[in-house]
Design a protein around this ligand. Structure first.
Ligand code: HEM
Length: 531
């Protein structure tokens, strides 16, 4: 851990003693002049936007790191309201929880807000869709969009269904043992298997084999990402990222980075697929990236030139980072709320029995489950697992009502606060799927409900995640009843994805006890899962 207090004090002391006259020098380079820093850190005051007092050099980084981004932003929301500003190190961030301003930024005036807030440790080359900007983003988005079309997703559902079958087998075993089960980590290995197979083309066995290489490498990657002390340093002093990347390349040379293993494994898959050619039965994201379908009259051949091997690896890494924790957290939250509300679980079970019965679950059978859709939306409202990634950067100055957004300003949509704002939601803290049955779509249109973002940069994997969640939960509900365990515990932490957490690292525990066969489900076991 960095000692922020000491670092800041040292920097502040040095700063205060020569405040008026000097320039900071770091690594032989002029970093910033005093007047510049003062100007920089007072920009929200000049804009009339409230917010926590930043300190010179570190901005509000200390609070962000000590409290956690989620906690800090919630506290500031309670204090400063729908629009406020803070400094993520040197980077100014305007937090917006006003749906009208957000509609302008994300949708109506999106041409002025095509970039995202820069990520401190983003790679230099081969960014992947999430971090790409400008022409590169346009090209990737246009090449990748067909891979998420209804037809293609339909063909990918067997991978999801197979993973859910393994889950049911695992849960059945656990039910017999009558023991605790951490459902969050169970769902993590399920979503890893799905993304490993769909986006990396690997035959992963994360659910059944603790030593599966993919699982081991991804755990290592996420552990490194969550414990890194490099990120805050780069936030405070952005230009040190040059050194960091030089160091990273040295680590790469020795093959110590898990990304190296992932990259090499994918290269093998890509070469194998190239040898097989486009006309195979394999349908997954790798195949669709390698052999993308192009518009019939391709007027912009350059825009649709195929992705290179390096780009495909970067896109797969993006799908992993964007789709693994987000989806597993949604699955865990669904189980948590269904356990807390048996009457809702029962109603969902009835809908599934009426529409699907004991038939196998596939793309067609999961359509028209309106109550399920309402439960899913309500979970995404109450627990927007990707609430810190809806960011944009302004190209030019804009004024919306009395809110001015200057060129270069970063905007963070305050999705969590927006989804629980009493102005737009009746009894917002209560889990009530019926609110989406009564008025299903009007809230979405008004930018008050944006769990997958909005506008041209909204989540490309939204339907992929929805289908995966539906298939998984339907199979669980078909076979088990979910109940609350005494050990269950949910609190929030995390910076990008507000994750459930507990002193045991993971949070949701399932106590499984074998129950009885329900008369409505003849062939499948109906066990009790206690969360
Ligand atoms: C429940 C699960 C998921 C949630 C809640 C979620 C949420 C989000 C959000 C909020 C954004 C930012 C949108 C914006 O800025 O307007 C995003 C972007 C993105 N998501 Fe997801 N996501 C999920 C699953 C997935 C999956 C499964 C994939 C891929 C297979 C994926 C791929 C992406 C990509 C590539 C972007 C960047 C899009 C762009 O910049 O053009 N996501 N997601």
């Amino acid at each position: 851990m960095i000692n922020y207090q000491l670092l800041e004090q040292t920097l502040d002391d040095g700063w205060n003693s020569r405040r008026k006259s000097i320039t900071f020098f770091l690594g032989g380079k002029s970093l910033v002049k005093s007047q510049h820093l003062e100007q920089h850190f007072s920009q929200f005051t000049r804009l009339g936007v409230p917010g926590p007092q930043p300190s010179l050099v570190l901005g509000n980084l200390r609070e962000l790191r000590t409290k956690g981004q989620f906690q800090a932003v919630q506290e500031w929301t309670a204090k400063y309201g729908r629009i406020f500003g803070f400094f993520e190190g040197y980077t100014p961030v305007m937090v917006v929880g006003d749906p009208e301003v957000l509609r302008n930024v994300l949708v109506k005036d999106s041409a002025n807000f095509m970039k995202r807030k820069p990520f401190p440790l983003a790679p230099r080359k081969s960014l992947g869709l999430f971090l790409e900007n400008g022409h590169q983003w346009k090209r990737s988005r246009s090449l990748l969009t067909p891979a998420f079309s209804t037809g293609k997703l339909k063909k990918m559902t067997p991978i999801m269904s197979e993973a859910a079958n393994i889950l049911v087998e695992r849960l059945t075993e656990k039910a017999k043992e009558n023991s605790h089960l951490d459902i969050y980590s169970v769902f993590q290995s399920l979503t890893l298997d799905v993304i490993g197979r769909c986006a990396f083309g690997l035959t992963t066995k994360a659910q059944v084999d603790e030593t599966d290489m993919f699982l081991v490498k991804i755990r290592c990657l996420f552990h490194t990402m969550s414990t890194t002390i490099i990120e805050p340093i780069v936030m405070a002093v952005p230009f040190v990222s040059h050194f960091i990347f030089a160091l990273k390349n040295i680590v790469f040379l020795f093959g110590m980075n898990p990304v190296v293993w992932l990259r090499n494994s994918m290269r093998e898959v890509i070469r194998h697929r190239q040898a097989l050619g486009p006309n195979t039965n394999i349908i997954d994201l790798v195949q669709l990236m390698l052999f993308p379908s192009r518009p019939q009259h391709d007027v912009c051949a350059e825009l649709h030139s195929a992705l290179t091997e390096r780009e495909i690896v970067a896109q797969s890494m993006t799908f992993l980072l964007a789709g693994y924790e987000t989806t597993s957290a949604v699955l865990a939250y669904i189980c948590h709320e269904l356990a807390k509300h048996p009457e809702i679980q029962e109603r969902l079970h009835r809908e599934i029995v009426e529409h699907i019965g004991t038939k196998d679950v596939n793309y067609d059978t999961i359509q028209d489950l309106h109550y399920f859709d309402a439960v899913f939306d309500e979970i995404c409202r109450l627990y927007p697992t990707a609430s810190f990634i809806v960011t944009r950067q302004a190209e030019e100055d804009r004024q919306y009502g009395n809110v001015r957004i200057p060129a270069g300003m970063n905007v963070l949509a305050n999705v969590w606060a927006l989804h629980r704002d009493e102005m737009y939601w009746f009894e917002p803290d209560i889990f009530n799927p019926d609110r989406f049955m009564d008025e299903p779509h009007c809230k979405k249109a008004a930018c008050t409900f944006i769990p997958f973002g909005a506008g041209p940069r909204h989540c490309i994997g939204m339907r992929f995640a929805t289908i995966e969640t539906k298939i998984t939960i339907i199979k669980v509900i078909q076979n088990f009843t979910i109940e609350m365990s005494d050990a269950s515990n949910v609190s929030f932490k995390g910076s990008v994805v507000p994750l459930p957490s507990s002193p045991y690292v993971t949070c949701l525990w399932l106590l499984l006890t074998v129950f009885q066969f329900p008369s409505s489900l003849k062939s499948s076991g109906f066990d009790v899962l206690s969360v």
